[in-house]
Design a protein around this ligand. Structure first.
Ligand code: DX5
Ligand code: ZN
Length: 233
């Protein structure tokens, strides 16, 4: 895949019907999703539990686009290989998820998958400055990780602006995760973000049996973000 900064919408399946992942994934992709975002939680790094490698492997069979696996687990290093083998196209890990983020990013790339580093709302942008050359993506969390449906934390906008300047012309995506809606998407898109994760704002109002609202939700997010991009894309 060639690099560009076009707006990409990545629905988080944390907001999907947990009894029907295959059809939910196919529904959001048919309705225009660019990536599928998988939130992995361990009940330790974050206060919630979700998907082990066998679940992610089962999702993989249904993902035709790009499977972005957000690991909210600590320690993270012992599980990188298993999630890569489960079929992740990209694995992202939090700065705080182990003692050596540089080594973690090297380990992700060594598996032949794309690598991402994640900044919690309280983590300064400078925490990733010296690992950018090991990253295909930096994820700026705009909620505290653990749950969908939380309110957007506005300090992520200025953080995104600073990160965008720090990245310069390196081919690194800026992803935003948490509280992304048609109201908040333009704020982060104008600041330089290009990949927008959205759980509740994509899945609200629809279902695998009635997927049209997913399409309308994805189009609303994309239009709101693109409207402020000017020539940045
Ligand atoms: C939170 C997760 C998010 C979450 C986003 O820990 O990383 O991906 O599902 O959900 P919304 O879009 O509802 O804030
Ligand atoms: Zn996420």
């Amino acid at each position: 895949m060639t690099f560009d900064r076009k707006i990409r919408i990545a629905p988080s399946i944390l907001s999907a019907d947990f009894a029907d992942f295959g059809r939910e994934i196919r529904a959001v992709e048919d309705q225009g999703a660019d990536w599928v975002h998988v939130d992995v939680m361990d009940g330790h790094f974050v206060p919630n539990l979700t998907f082990g490698p066998p679940a992610v492997k089962a999702f993989r069979k249904h993902v035709k686009t790009f499977m972005d696996v957000h690991l909210m687990i600590a320690p993270v290093d012992p599980y990188i290989e298993a999630y890569a083998e489960a079929g992740a196209d990209l694995i992202s890990a939090h700065v705080e998820a182990g003692p050596h983020i540089h080594r973690t990013l090297q380990a992700i790339r060594a598996q032949g998958v794309k690598s991402g580093v994640v900044l919690n709302p309280g983590t300064p942008v400078e925490a990733v400055e010296h690992v950018l050359d090991l990253c295909d993506l930096v994820l700026v969390m705009t909620v505290n990780p653990g749950f969908g449906g939380q309110k957007f934390i506005p300090s992520g906008v200025e953080k995104t602006r600073r990160l965008r300047a720090m990245i310069g012309d390196r081919p690194i995506h800026i992803q935003i995760d948490g509280g992304v809606t048609p109201e908040t998407a333009p704020l982060v898109a104008a600041a330089g973000a290009d990949v927008l994760v959205a759980g509740s704002a994509v899945f609200r109002g629809g279902s695998a049996d009635d997927p049209a609202p997913y399409g309308a939700n994805i189009r609303a997010l994309r239009a709101a973000a693109e409207a402020v991009r000017g020539d940045m894309a």
